[in-house]
Write a protein that binds this ligand. Structure first.
Ligand SMILES: NC(=O)c1ccc[n+]([C@@H]2O[C@H](COP(=O)([O-])OP(=O)(O)OC[C@H]3O[C@@H](n4cnc5c(N)ncnc54)[C@H](OP(=O)(O)O)[C@@H]3O)[C@@H](O)[C@H]2O)c1
Length: 268
């Protein structure tokens, strides 16, 4: 008997799962670090990918490197996510050029580690503008396109810092927890329009930004003890999480926070 169960996935899809051919994606903050790796993974899965950053030279070089290494279609879209007019116009242009936007990976996240008492209201406002309001407005705009086309994947990069707190990191922690809440809220509001909303919460990754800590023997010894896998995450290890959440195979995954931390947050 070879008839498929009516509720099961088509065999062809399971033979080559997680393909994103024909999909259009925007990954913010992707000239380097985790954003770069997620853009790479999405392009390798077949998506047309727009990468983003503020430094146009570095962004162009990253787009060139990604095109060469993936053989995919990768374009550079320079804007500051906190510049509302520029961000909105860039996304509008991307949508107009391709006639669709299927995947938004809201990845930019700035950090300013100091005690809450040392933040002025303006400092906090500035950080929240980049870390919370900007991804919220980008997700809202993207959701508009996605509802119209009846398909979409909103993915927001939070942090394990949105779930467990570090000392002297209050505004970033609040923003990341807020983003997880935003994805839950959008998961409820947009699901019936074909749009899923999920988060990826990375643990400690050996990105360029963390190089100082990676080189710090005492800190790396701490990572060894705290992370059950006994090491830093390798930046490329984030890519598959984005591809999975962006894929058709993740069609029933909605409102989830996918923790990618080597087990750090489940350790006693
Ligand atoms: N690395 C980790 O271990 C870790 C752990 C937990 C969570 N995360 C989260 O993962 C995300 C990526 O982290 P990462 O360490 O990979 O970052 P990163 O290496 O610092 O990458 C930053 C990227 O974002 C761009 N960027 C920064 N501010 C921007 C802005 N306002 N508008 C547009 N682009 C901007 C940068 O390019 P330009 O400088 O040219 O703008 C660069 O391409 C963040 O949300 C972070 O909170 C990271």
């Amino acid at each position: 008997m070879n008839a498929e169960h009516p509720a099961s996935a088509p065999v062809a899809a399971l033979r080559a799962p997680f393909r994103l051919d024909g999909r259009v994606a925007l990954v913010t903050g992707s000239a380097r670090g985790l954003g770069f790796e997620m853009a790479k993974a999405l392009a390798l899965a077949g998506a047309r990918v727009a990468i983003n950053g503020r430094d146009t030279g570095r962004l162009a070089a990253a787009a060139q490197a990604l095109t060469a290494s993936t053989g995919g279609e990768v374009e550079a879209l320079a804007f500051d996510v906190a510049d509302r007019a520029a961000a909105s116009a860039a996304m509008e242009g991307l949508h107009a050029r391709h006639g669709r936007l299927d995947i938004l990976v809201n990845n930019v996240g700035a950090r300013d580690r100091r005690a809450l008492k040392d933040f002025t209201a303006e400092d906090a406002e500035r950080l929240l503008a980049t870390d919370l309001l900007a991804p919220m407005l980008l997700a809202r705009q993207a959701a508009g396109y996605m509802v119209a086309q009846g398909h979409g994947r909103l993915i927001t990069v939070t942090s394990i810092a949105g779930q467990v707190a570090n000392r002297n990191d209050p505004v970033y922690t609040a923003a990341k927890a807020g983003l997880a809440g935003l994805m839950r809220a959008m998961a409820v509001d947009y699901a019936r329009d074909g749009v899923t909303s999920n988060a990826i919460a990375p643990g400690m990754f050996a990105t360029e930004t963390n190089q100082g800590l990676v080189d710090d023997a005492a800190f790396s010894a701490f990572v060894d003890v705290r992370v059950p896998l006994g090491r830093w995450g390798r930046p490329h290890e984030i890519g598959a999480a984005a591809v999975f959440l962006a894929s058709d195979e993740a069609s029933f995954v909605n409102g989830h926070v996918l923790v990618v931390d080597g087990g750090q947050t489940v350790r006693m």
